[in-house]
Design a protein around this ligand. Structure first.
Ligand code: C2E
Ligand code: CA
Ligand code: CA
Ligand code: CA
Length: 275
């Protein structure tokens, strides 16, 4: 966040501490970003642990700021959550990701993150349905990723939204599994189609016996529930081997590819298709 301070920024936000000032400035610029096509979706491949083939891509938004360069979603999504702009961003990402994926070979899925605030909107399933109709994307190729914070605030609303999405034929995945306060309770109470094991566990399976144990246990639970798993943040062949040996079907991580612009993802699909 240190790179965001310019003299201009400092002048009209004098008196705020640096973090608040950065947030205030980004909040102002974000409105323009949505209108001015500064948001871009990057795609990160998801791969089969046995065949190494690509099975799908996660859509990850980037902000190409005219003077600050590329801003990561970790920085601006929380701001957008607080000022409501997440609804516009969410609509944009959903529509663009579905539009892009509709032109890919049919075997590839696309995963879209839905923020907690979006999940409180009663019309979310209707919007998803509208976008599917408009883009012609097969609902079975769309995955919606949800995090814990979106599920605990209004449980009944979340449950009915998830149910509606599943009725549309969309896959609903639990993101960042294991990092929240109630991962197991959520698994018990919501009908997820998929679990994404958080990268904080995956990245230390080689060094920490605890992480390996947690990953193994999660895979066992998921198997008992009949829910497929994707392990996030796989960076090394050792991590991949461990996951494959433990029966984890799919992974995502820098080992197979970083999030990349659409055109690069399409090149990857072409190469993947030649195998
Ligand atoms: P996430 O949903 O958990 O997405 C995965 C993040 O892990 C991505 O960061 C990705 O670049 C990173 N990652 C993937 N593989 C590896 C790896 O092997 N090693 C390491 N160190 N990192 C890896 P990114 O793109 O910066 O996104 C950060 C977060 O911002 C996402 O976490 C998600 O919570 C949020 N986000 C991104 N795009 C969207 C969006 O369109 N809508 C919403 N609501 N949130 C989004
Ligand atoms: Ca995600
Ligand atoms: Ca995640
Ligand atoms: Ca590691």
């Amino acid at each position: 966040a240190k790179t965001l301070g310019s003299n201009q920024i400092c002048r009209y936000t004098e008196g705020m501490d640096e973090d608040n000032r950065n947030r205030a400035v980004l909040a102002i610029d974000l409105r323009a970003a949505i209108a001015g096509n500064q948001l871009e979706i990057y795609y990160q491949p998801q791969n089969d642990t046995r065949t190494r083939e690509i099975v799908g891509f996660e859509a990850l938004v980037r902000w190409n700021h005219p003077s600050l360069g590329t801003i990561s979603p970790g920085l601006f999504i929380p701001i957008a959550e607080r000022n409501g702009l997440i609804l516009d961003i969410g609509d944009y990402v959903l529509r663009q990701a579905c539009r892009d994926a509709a032109s890919w070979p049919e075997r590839y899925t696309v995963a879209v993150n839905v923020a907690p605030y979006q999940l409180t909107q009663a019309d979310l399933p209707a919007r998803v349905s509208e976008v599917l109709g408009e883009t012609g994307l097969d609902p079975r190729r769309l995955e919606i990723e949800l995090t814990e914070s979106g599920l605990i605030e209004d449980r009944n609303r979340a449950l009915s939204t998830i149910t509606r999405l599943r009725e549309l034929g969309v896959t609903v995945a639990m993101d960042d599994f294991g990092t929240g306060y109630s991962s197991l309770a959520l698994l018990q109470n919501f009908p997820f189609d998929k679990i994404k094991i958080d990268r904080s566990f995956v990245q230390s399976v080689g060094e920490k016996p605890q992480s390996a144990a947690i990953v193994r246990a999660t895979l066992l639970i998921a198997e008992s529930l009949g829910i497929p798993v994707l392990a996030e943040g796989v960076e090394t062949e050792e991590e991949l081997s461990f996951l494959r040996e433990q029966g984890c079907p799919t992974v995502q991580g820098f080992l197979f590819g970083r999030p990349m612009p659409l055109a690069s993802a399409q090149v990857l699909m072409l190469r993947d298709g030649l195998h």
